[in-house]
Design a protein around this ligand. Sequence first.
Ligand code: FAD
Ligand code: NAD
Length: 472
Amino acid sequence: MSVNTEHYDDLIIGGGKAGKTLAPALVAAGRKTALVERSLKMIGGGCINIACIPTKTMVASAEVAHTVRHSATYGVNTSAPTVDLAAVIQRKRSVVESSRAINLHSLETALGHDLIIGTARFVAPKTIEVATAEGSIRHLTAERLFINTGTRPLIPSIPGLKEFGFLTSESIMELEQLPEHLIVLGSGYIGLEFAQMFRRFGSRVTVIGQRGQILSPQDPDIALAAQTFLERDGVEFLLNAKVLWVVREASPLENRAGHDTILQIQVPDREITLQGSHLLVAVGRAPTTDTLNLAVASVAMNGSGFIPVNDRLETNVPGIWALGDINGGPQYTHIALDDYRIIKANLLDGGNRSTSDRPIPSCLFIDPELAHVGLTEAEAQQQGYDIRVAKLDASAIPRARTLGQTDGLLKAIVDAKTARILGCSLLCHAAGEMLSTVQMVMQAQLPYTVLRDGVLVHPTMTEGLNLLFSKL
Ligand SMILES: Cc1cc2nc3c(=O)[nH]c(=O)nc-3n(C[C@H](O)[C@H](O)[C@H](O)COP(=O)(O)OP(=O)(O)OC[C@H]3O[C@@H](n4cnc5c(N)ncnc54)[C@H](O)[C@@H]3O)c2cc1C
Ligand SMILES: NC(=O)c1ccc[n+]([C@@H]2O[C@H](COP(=O)([O-])OP(=O)(O)OC[C@H]3O[C@@H](n4cnc5c(N)ncnc54)[C@H](O)[C@@H]3O)[C@@H](O)[C@H]2O)c1
């Protein structure tokens, strides 16, 4: 049966942070626009449904458990908390569902019937086929296409892993019973956030890292400090470790029903066997390009399946752009949002923006938070800068002491010639909020002395920047 081809000015494939924000802007500019999103349960994209928002909602529950557990330190006596994981998950679902409803309302308002729920793939250059949620097939073509299909968990090829099963960042957020012993494969962002969260919920947690240092892009002093704080929470680490194989067997422990995951692991000097009730795989993300049939559209992919773009987010095919995680750039929601801004500036507002001059701030939501922007000390040295380095223990900040949040290390890298801040890592309470102040000074190209001498509210964590930059 032949299918009519429907014509649009603009087509967005995937409704992630970038695509869902771009769609209403295109419509407002008078463009006939359709957005194809594969699932009603993913309206608003990964961030609100399966990534940032649900994880940070659960991190909040873990922080409450931690605070209650340590309430006597503040002179408040309670009994030891028990964590009802089903209730934690229910709270997470309700936050996600309300965010999704807001997103659905704004997309329906902007797009009406041109919000299409279905899975897209290319069938000809600039033409996609959509297998809709209702079971029909539609063909859509457009002058301009924007690919924003995001990523999914990367699953390493370890013997036994796929066969015996494991948790991902998505399925772990649906568990309603606490793992007795959670093994986390991967010591990056996802692994560490879940590791501390489940430790604080009450699980035993072991993190397996393949290198000697967790958070390998960070400077060793910062990474080691973060590891120390996590260890103080009771998270165990097995580093320089390679998983050789995995099996799942009936638990030999009398007091534990069900099955255990058993990992055979190579550490530098020996092989060890690690046994846990659950295994979370968090070793990076794979691009959602495999089912897009990009070859038909001649859109190039790199060896990992991401879509390379230039600094204006253009693919190798004129009229096709790739936004968000799928283009292989830094995987953060605020970067996907900035990708939208670049497209809007260049295509709708007559501007000329590129990715080349934007900052890449980030925040790892462990406690204490680890926020970073710009160069690390090692990167600044590699790039040949003459640098000055300021370091401050978080316990020196008056606000940290009032809050009982004294764990942390703050570090700033300054160009000795220009006095400009090249990079900053803040491992402390409220680091994600504090970082924006440093970033604004960097973006305004002001000298570090603005933060050293600025009149900042006392007692706040941000006031700690006065102290940090006084170290230079
Ligand atoms: C557990 C976790 C926690 C995270 N926490 C943070 C955080 O705290 N802060 C932060 O900044 N970043 C965080 N991230 C990263 C952040 O979620 C991503 O960078 C961001 O979601 C990328 O958005 P995007 O625009 O690329 O698209 P995505 O949000 O990935 O959305 C892509 C959309 O495309 C749809 N799609 C895919 N294929 C098709 C197809 N063929 N047809 C139609 N639709 C399709 C998908 O259903 C999805 O809705 C986290 C990631 C994870 C996994
Ligand atoms: N707070 C946030 O902003 C936040 C939170 C979660 C995720 N994210 C984004 O999502 C991305 C993906 O997160 P992620 O944690 O999956 O990736 P990641 O790149 O942050 O960390 C993956 C880790 O797994 C390790 N690894 C790779 N293969 C391994 C193996 N076979 N065995 C053991 N370790 C292995 C890597 O060395 C690395 O340390 C992040 O890079 C980040 O951009 C952001």
